[in-house]
Design a protein around this ligand. Structure first.
Ligand code: PMP
Length: 394
């Protein structure tokens, strides 16, 4: 059997139509398949590879760490310098309220840990989330997912979760003194890139302050410069009580984190002790890779050029069959009339050597979320191929 046949036989599938490309190498903004075909990567591993694939600094940090130690003991017992250095660096780029970092393996575990922390701190059980939000696929995070289609088959889920409309001021009245936390994406990604209005997000922060509910902002997809500032929340003049990070956090290796004040975080030490446990969370290889990637992001001033690159995409992606383009920095949704057209454009892109994707809740939208290292020429090439696909549906 060849790799493709073995893939379909042995790799547990949840997608009935996986892309199924056999990738043998990745470098910068390109992926290469087994036949030597080159793909321009317009989605960066879904907002993971912000500094590109296999940045030399990241590879060298991984190799250095591999020469020292891999797993040594469960999380939080030993002083492991990759974790300490990374937490220290993250803290130096975060507000005073967000100085204590709990590293997990994934985004969804960060969501789970944050919900537990909010329940523990407030002594409350109710949780508020938003329609068309995505915070992960484990059962607690799945309870928050903003679409009944994905929730329903897995009930019973967490009790006491209610879903409000994102960007809807009147709905905020449903946040009460019984609410432990409100979990929101700073920019809704899987809903096809929906930004919060400044008025709404300020009102959300205020409502949480008034009721004592903790505000948890999920920047798993939009952190690390994706929206044009290091953290998305900086653009709105608010600070969450708990910040969720993942994806680009690990520089291409698995890593998540929930970040809060030391005072809040310390409550997980008491009644019960070991209020959150992980064997592999904050793996030294992942922390070394993530820290190296963050240093590249800063050193190469990648965030500085995000708005300019976003504008170039917006300037080029104009076509009668494109209904709208929504963007938050280099997270871009190109909306077509319907799913069928979008799918044919995406399939055409792949044939033409451009890797894009769609969104969980916005099936008529094509996703663009390239490495932030993408150049002007590469942006022109991405747009040329998308417009070629769009031309077929004029
Ligand atoms: N939150 C958001 C906003 C995400 O986009 C994702 C992943 N797509 C997650 C949480 C879950 O992260 P993970 O897949 O690492 O569990």
């Amino acid at each position: 059997m060849n790799q493709r046949e073995l893939f379909f036989k042995h790799i547990g599938q949840t997608s009935p139509a996986p892309l199924g490309l056999e990738i043998v190498r990745a470098e910068g903004v390109y992926l290469y398949d087994v036949a030597g075909k080159k793909y321009l990567d317009a989605i960066g591993g879904i907002s993971v590879c912000n500094t590109g694939h296999r940045h030399p600094d990241v590879i060298s940090a991984i190799k250095d760490q591999a020469d020292r130690y891999l797993h040594v003991l469960v999380y939080g017992e030993l002083i492991q310098s990759p974790q300490v250095e990374y937490a220290h660096t993250l803290a130096s780029y975060l507000p005073e309220k967000l100085q204590s970092v709990y590293f997990t393996n994934s985004g969804t575990e960060a969501t789970e840990g944050a919900m537990k922390l909010a329940k523990r701190v407030t002594g409350r059980t109710e949780i508020v989330a938003f329609d068309y939000s995505y915070h992960g696929s484990t059962q607690g995070s799945l309870s928050l997912i903003g679409d009944e289609y994905w929730r329903n088959a897995f009930r019973p889920l967490l009790p006491g979760v209610s879903h409000l409309k994102y960007n809807h001021l009147a709905d905020l009245d449903r946040i009460t003194e019984k609410t432990a936390c409100v979990v929101a994406e700073t920019v809704q990604a899987e809903n096809g890139v929906i930004k919060p209005s400044k008025e709404w997000i300020l009102a959300l922060r205020k409502k949480c302050d008034e009721t004592g509910a903790l505000l948890i902002l999920d920047e798993i997809q939009v952190g690390f410069g994706r929206t044009g500032t290091l953290w998305g929340f900086e653009q709105y003049g608010i600070v969450p009580d708990i910040l969720l990070l993942g994806k680009a956090l690990g520089g291409g290796l698995p890593l998540g984190a929930f970040i809060a004040s030391k005072k809040l975080m310390d409550s997980l030490m008491d009644q019960p002790v070991l209020g959150h446990i992980t064997t592999f969370g904050g793996h030294p290889l992942s922390c070394a890779a993530g820290l190296a990637a963050m240093k590249v992001l800063i050193k190469e001033k990648l965030i500085h050029f995000v708005a300019e690159k976003e504008n170039l995409f917006r300037k080029r992606l104009i076509h009668p069959s494109i209904k709208s383009v929504r963007s938050a920095g280099l997270l871009i949704a190109v909306e077509f009339e319907n799913f069928e057209i979008n799918k044919r454009v995406i399939d055409g892109c792949i044939r033409d050597g451009l890797l894009t994707d769609w969104f969980l809740f916005a099936s008529a939208c094509l996703r663009i979320a390239p490495p932030l290292t993408i150049t002007t020429e590469e942006i022109e090439e991405i747009c040329r191929i998308i417009l070629l696909g769009a031309e077929g549906y004029r």
